[in-house]
Design a protein around this ligand. Structure first.
Ligand code: AMP
Length: 197
């Protein structure tokens, strides 16, 4: 099963994706995680991406599409994958359709986690406080300024994806302001419908 999860930063996409990894045996492909790993490893991609990521901007489509294309060819993706944080622009969504088509496959489901931006900001502040309280390190782009910039980038570049997928009748939405379990149950209902179809 090949799934795209849409929704602004802080909407809980990562949490839901991890659940689906456990329940559906798919691989979670988070472009944010892959890029952070590249930065940590000091690869060429990492060096190119670092400054943009620290400022909360978007890494170039070319870089991101390249890492996704390579990753979905790996054997562990054969049973399906859940894309988290990709596509982020309509250009990326179009590239993804093309990429999957060239590999003889297509998306099974596109699910948008819909949330309230003001509540997101308070969620992110809470996440920072909890991480610090647990002695962890806060991601550079989890400070409120970079987070606001990520929200702006989302609104300008990623929100149009809803219309893109809706126009081809592929978009399903869930209310992300509900408790995590409820969001999870709604996502399950959608995916069960896809399996049954
Ligand atoms: P995330 O963990 O998904 O919030 O991603 C963290 C950062 O990685 C983003 O703020 C972007 O700088 C970069 N990034 C992740 N995914 C993408 C993508 N699909 N396109 C462009 N930049 C991305």
């Amino acid at each position: 099963m090949k799934i795209v999860l849409l929704g602004p930063p802080g909407a809980g996409k990562g949490t839901q994706a991890q659940r689906l990894v456990a329940s559906r045996g798919v691989v979670q492909l988070s472009t944010g995680d892959m890029l952070r790993a590249a930065v940590a490893a000091g690869t060429r991609v990492g060096l190119q991406a670092k400054a943009v990521m620290d400022a909360g901007g978007l890494v170039s489509d070319e870089i991101v599409i390249g890492i996704v294309s390579d990753r979905i060819d790996e054997p562990d993706c054969a049973n399906g994958f859940i894309l988290d944080g990709f596509p982020r622009t309509v250009a990326q969504a179009e590239a993804l359709d093309k990429l999957l088509k060239s590999k003889g496959t297509e998306l099974d489901a596109v699910i948008e986690v819909v949330v309230d931006e003001a509540i997101l900001l308070s969620r992110i502040e809470k996440r920072v406080q909890e991480t610090l309280a647990n002695g962890g390190t806060v991601r550079k782009d989890d400070n409120p300024d970079a987070f606001k910039q990520r929200l702006v980038a989302y609104r300008e570049q990623t929100a149009p994806l809803s219309a893109f997928y809706a126009s081809s009748d592929r978009l399903k939405t869930v209310d992300g302001m509900q408790p995590i379990d409820r969001v999870a149950a709604q996502i399950d209902e959608i995916l069960d419908g896809v399996v049954a179809a």
